[in-house]
Design a protein around this ligand. Sequence first.
Ligand code: ATP
Length: 709
Amino acid sequence: MGRRRISGKRKGVFNPDDATRIKHTRLGVWDLYEEKAPEVEHVPGVSYWERYLEIRRDLPYVWTMLKDVGSIRSCWSLLFCYATIEAFTSLLPAANLWLKGQMIKIVQVAVDTRSVDKLFLTQITIGLTAVELLLRISFYSKTSISRPLSARIKQFYSGHLFHANARLDVPTFDDAAIQRQLEAASNVQGTSVAWSTLKNVFTLLAVILQVTSQASVLWQVLKDQPDGPLLAFLSVAYSLSEIFTWTGQASRGVWAATTRSDDFIRLQGLKRLVVDATHRKEFVSGNLAQYTLSTFRELASRLGEHASDFREVYREHLQLERLSIWSLARLPFGDLPQIVFAIRAVQQPATIPVTVASLNLITHTSMSFSHQIYQVFQQTGTIADSVASVRKLYEVLELPNKIEDGTIPFPEDAQKLKEGVTLEFKNVSFKYPGTNTYALQNVSFKLLAGQLCVIVGVNGSGKSTILKLIVRLYDPEDGQILLDGHDIETLKLNDLRQAISVLFQDYTHFPLSIRDNIGLGDPAHANDDDRIRLAAKLGGSEEIINRLPNGLDTYLDRPVKDHYSDLPEGTKTLFGRPVDYSGVRGFGEMSASTSTGLSGGQMQRLAVSRTFMRSVVSDDSQVGLLLFDEPSASLDPTAEHDLFARLRELRGSKTMLFSSHRFGNLTRHADLILYMDNAQVQETGTHEELLKRQGEYARIWGLQAQAFL
Ligand SMILES: Nc1ncnc2c1ncn2[C@@H]1O[C@H](COP(=O)(O)OP(=O)(O)OP(=O)(O)O)[C@@H](O)[C@H]1O
């Protein structure tokens, strides 16, 4: 086969170094690699046949989409109105053409009889004005209908996409290919894929209707005139030649571009450094202004005009390509109708007035044909793309999660869960996806119900990874993890995660209110303010919340930005918030710093409160295992002491597992300590046992103890 496909899923890899298949072009500082178009591509229609085949393959998804769109309130009736107006509008140019043809007839009669039918002429003129008016009215009605239609469809599909995103697990979500798929499935130019596909299909059908109706009217008008059929053919032929031109261009294969210019990369880095608010503190304190400015100027002058944005140079490149030999060669054909008319006028001077009128009509129509035919081909391209997007929109709902769900319900006895669970690692080994080194190697340990386990060890030794495997964010490559004797891979995922509460080291704050941030620890009670306040109290964040002007309603990171024009200089706050000027600085993607400015420790208290909401606040808690990854890393010593004391007091007999750098406070109370290094458990035992052993644990304990002497 060897022919390329235009869009959709493609097997294999794109290898820029394969000179036999890839064309390399230097565009300023950019290297553009494009798939070479095989000769067969230039045969008109071939790529469109491929597109047709692709569209056909994707049609089942379009059918599902239509059914979904139909389920949206009053969508069918709106769509019907939209389609009717679209069809009506596409017939108006033919009506216009017919009226103009009648004008020619009037001229012809006038030439022959030296008299004009004034009434008919008036009717034609009124008709032409009416057509113009109807065009405008149709356009207005179409826009008014498309607004609610698009809004409803868009809202429906934003729910669809939310679902698609929400159901993915960590390794699947982290997969770059999946991310690209999610992106492709989301919005196209601010409106949803579904709506733009429907609109494109309507436009395509309307353009086809318009072209055929106009062509048949043109034929009717010209067929009785001398050379009429020839002229009609010539004028349409020129337009049809557009197909040849656009066939070669509308379909571009896979391409990729990169820059290897160190100067350009450094220049872009400097630009980011100077506008990004996150670097400002170091930028100012490091006195970087002078140095970066002179480096910037030096780099810019060395790069000169080559320092262009890729999109800009790529656009120019495409424009130049468009001036292909073929498009130049066909230019004279555009003048053929005029030449034929001129010859006829010389041979039959009496027909000159009719000839001029017909010529005008033909030129006008053929110009509009060119435009419409171009639109048809543009449109099929767009439809193939958007139909492919519809497929992606539905495929993302079917993406298999990499972590497979189990079937066994857990726990068997909810009452027993409160007394804790047993946890066992049997020879567990694990590598993170895409890496070659073990994050855990042959890890084995057993924790009995109600016991407290502390994992200690150097940075990167695998402590957090143990916790991530217990909640099945990832599955081990080898070995087994057992919860109350069941391999966790056989348990229902929802049940497993319900039974565990985990506080990660890299906890995040949701871009929601503090109420939601704590409440979501236990979604079933997320609206229970009493529980939320209790969790805040136990987690040590009550005081912080009370000090915030909006209390539980405070957004630490407001997900919606305010919009404003140039504001007077004195405006420092607006809507009760500091004015964010980052957008004005030109980098749209920069995140504005709208956070309320809590310290790391204060943030951690909020995170602990969320965990408490889930595990200790509710008396009907389904949690039997508590996992904490460095819960006190940002806490001051008093806060840390309080937290551990509260945890020991509140956990009841739940099993608990901590990962920590600090020895002492917790390790002395631990039933089991795992000392980890290099992805392996090196020493196990209680604090006393490990001290007696005089190993690494004892050595580090000694170091930490000495620091306090
Ligand atoms: N998402 C990830 N992708 C790839 N590698 C990872 C990922 N997370 C952790 N690692 C690697 O796995 C190893 C173990 O990491 P882990 O976070 O479990 O260590 P840790 O003992 O908790 O470290 P710390 O004390 O710094 O928290 C490290 O080498 C780390 O670089």
